[in-house]
Write a protein that binds this ligand. Structure first.
Ligand SMILES: Cc1ncc(COP(=O)(O)O)c(C=O)c1O
Length: 448
């Protein structure tokens, strides 16, 4: 009988996260304190993060135990299925085998819950009463709202204004879990007020929302800040994805030729691929593909430099592929991919040619998403659809049978208005002009 999904039991949930920093053949550029221009010290982050997460951020220890309280919550939806996309394969008439790791089965609909639970847990343990964060499309905000609710903590979410209006149902979800949702830029913070003074109609960006959340957390002793991507500890928590995939591929008797995931800040990508990086170092034939939108092409059109993670220059400096912290992306529907930068770990892998980055236009991404929904039955989140598009392209291009694995980072049940617009022919392609990227790159901080 043909197998459609490879399932694991609860005992197969990994009991440690995997830290790729332990196995890289190059040293990683540290986070830099923008004041001293020296590598960041643990104390520099104490105003916004609990010590346990700061230690994970800077750790080079290979395995980090997952606390039993976190594992207990993971059991609600983990392990997630690895599905074989047989109906999509048939439709494409490909000889390749296409697998997708289905992270959409989490309570909040995406991979973001993997780190939200871990971060809320460590904050609760440190005596924090409330977490402040930002969200683009609303997936991260939903995940953290759920996690704070699980651990009995308050949650305030600064939601990028364009998404706040495009995705009202994400707001409803956050409200159900007791969070407060504020359209960013807002009048609540100095960062928000400054932005609105310059541009009262500003539709926001992730960089701006981060500034607001960091500012509020830094000013409040009982509150901490939490980030849904980019930082090492966030990607660390996501490695449960790749660790499970490794086991599932072994059961299926497969070795991947391609690993694919979309990249916003890099967390679902890192989560899938980090456990395979040691394999990549031995086997150059393994292709690892990062997919981003042409509207926000940090890895394909950005530069590998130190930059701020936010617009108001409140964060440490991160060596990453960046379009400049003042870059404001167009309001395409993959809100979670509209970030000017990228994880420093993922960026370093790309800079060392261990990872290849590609970019896709919005219309071809939605076309691939609809093909996927019509063959496999699940509607991908617009972000996830970038990985679907790349997987379809590769399956079509490869003449020999290959094993293609992509991360299905989330479902699009709360993104149906974007699909309505696509089906009505109202969406357009958009590639950010090079001249405008060059302009925002002029504001990169001078380190030396
Ligand atoms: C479903 C989904 N996939 C992917 C992403 C991109 O984020 P990251 O690159 O951190 O995985 C997001 C971000 O919001 C998302 O909601």
């Amino acid at each position: 009988m043909e197998q459609f999904k490879i399932l694991l039991g609860e005992k197969d949930i990994p009991n440690s996260w995997y830290n790729v920093a332990a196995d890289l053949p190059f040293s990683l550029p540290p986070l830099i304190n923008p004041g001293t221009k020296k590598p960041l010290a643990k104390d520099d982050l104490k105003a916004i993060f609990p010590l346990a997460l700061i230690e994970q951020e800077m750790s080079t220890q290979r395995w980090i135990d997952i606390p039993s309280e976190v594992l207990d919550i993971y059991r609600l939806w983990r392990p997630t299925p690895l599905r074989r996309a047989r109906r999509l394969e048939k439709f494409l008439k490909t000889k390749s085998r296409i697998y997708y790791k289905d992270e959409s089965v989490s309570p909040t609909g995406s991979h973001k819950t993997n780190t939200a639970i871990a971060q809320a847990y460590y904050n609760k343990k440190a005596g924090i009463k409330r977490i402040v964060t930002e969200t683009g499309a609303g997936q991260w905000g939903s995940a953290l709202s759920f996690a704070c609710n699980v651990f009995g903590m308050g949650c305030r979410v600064y939601m990028v204004k364009v998404s706040f209006h495009q995705k009202p149902l994400r707001k409803s979800l956050m409200h159900i879990w007791g969070a407060e949702v504020i359209a960013s830029p807002s009048e609540m913070t100095e960062a928000g007020r400054n932005i609105l003074k310059r541009d009262p109609h500003c539709q926001g960006s992730l960089g701006m929302a981060i500034s607001e959340a960091v500012e509020e957390a830094a000013k409040n002793k009982e509150a901490n800040y939490s980030l849904g991507s980019v930082l090492n500890h966030v990607l660390l928590h996501q490695t449960v994805i790749g660790l499970e995939v490794k086991k599932q591929l072994r059961i299926a008797g497969e070795k991947p030729d391609y690993l694919i995931a979309c990249v916003g800040g890099g967390s679902n990508f890192g989560g899938l691929v980090f456990p395979f990086i040691s394999d990549k170092l031995k086997n150059k034939g393994l292709n690892i593909i990062a997919v981003e939108p042409t509207a926000c092409p940090s890895m394909t059109k950005g530069v590998y430099e130190y930059d701020f993670g936010d617009t108001s220059m409140l964060t440490p400096l991160i060596k990453m592929f960046t379009l400049g912290h003042n870059f404001v992306p167009a309001g395409i529907h993959a809100g979670g991919l509209r970030y000017h930068g990228c994880s420093s770990l993922v960026s370093a892998l790309c800079a060392h040619d261990l990872v290849e980055a590609v970019s896709c236009q919005q219309l071809e991404v939605f076309k691939a998403a609809v093909t996927f929904a019509r063959t496999e039955g699940i509607v991908p989140a617009p972000e996830t659809a970038h990985a679907v598009k790349a997987a379809i392209d590769i399956a079509r291009r490869e003449k020999k049978p290959k094993c293609i694995v992509f991360n299905f980072s989330g479902h699009g049940f709360l993104d149906l208005s974007a699909y309505d617009k696509y089906l009505a022919g109202e969406l357009v392609n958009y590639a950010h002009p090079i001249s405008s990227i060059k302009k925002s790159l002029k504001d990169l901080p001078k380190l030396f």
